[in-house]
Design a protein around this ligand. Sequence first.
Ligand code: ZN
Length: 289
Amino acid sequence: MAVTIACIAGEEVHGQWQAGRIGGQRLGSRKTPFGQSGEMFRVEDDGDGFLLVCRHGPGLEKTAPRRVNDRANLYALKDLGAEAVISWGPAGAVTHNVAVGDLVILSDVIDQTFLRDKTFFEDSPLGYLRQFPVFCPRLRRTLGDVLHDMKLVYHGTGVAGVREGPRLETPAEVRMLATMGAELLTHAFVPEVFLARELQLCYASVCYVVNYAETGSRHRPFPSVDLFGQPPEDRERQRLASAVGAMSEIARRVAADIPADAEPCECAGPMAAKVRQYELPADWRKWFT
Ligand SMILES: [Zn+2]
């Protein structure tokens, strides 16, 4: 039996759904003990399906990143049977080695957010979990194989500095993050990555590069308007549109390619130790007091 895959993505999903580029069942928002999830879908193309949840509503319904209910999204996905999560989102390039339209499979994050709910376990000791490796090695390997087979330009590693947003970073902040080792800047993926570990979900992130962070790249600073403005060059526009449009196919292929009996990963290990230590019930829904 295959691993049940889920994908967390941004507001671009609404446009792709409206345009018929994503097919399947619209599940709507799900109620959880941590509030309402984002809009959910069960995407099915040619039999290889995956669950999909949107962080944001469409248009003016898009919220500041800290308003995204990551706990409800992860809870709802696990409740629907998800075992592994591909997280999808935009990033700005800080390093000289990535370009607009490239994809990056993240290998680590520098968490610079401070307003988000980062654990399910605020009133218990269950959230003291090791974060190494940060992302699931098995899922990252499968993603690399899929992106290679799809002939997409991608990078197999990348460190993302995750900022609170929604505003973009100042030039001095970009320089600071570059000095700290960030290769990309984004507002996504945190605390999803930490919450996934608490629910024993495999989790890996893919960024599509939308711009060059202010003063952070030798290519040139992003010259106009805002993060979500159109890149100025046709070639970049096409590369970016192609990368964003690949999300559904990437998730579908991962769902088809990842074997349930693949080399096991340790993603569930840290929480399994807590389950033994505190004699928690087998039903994960009862871990939250
Ligand atoms: Zn894993």
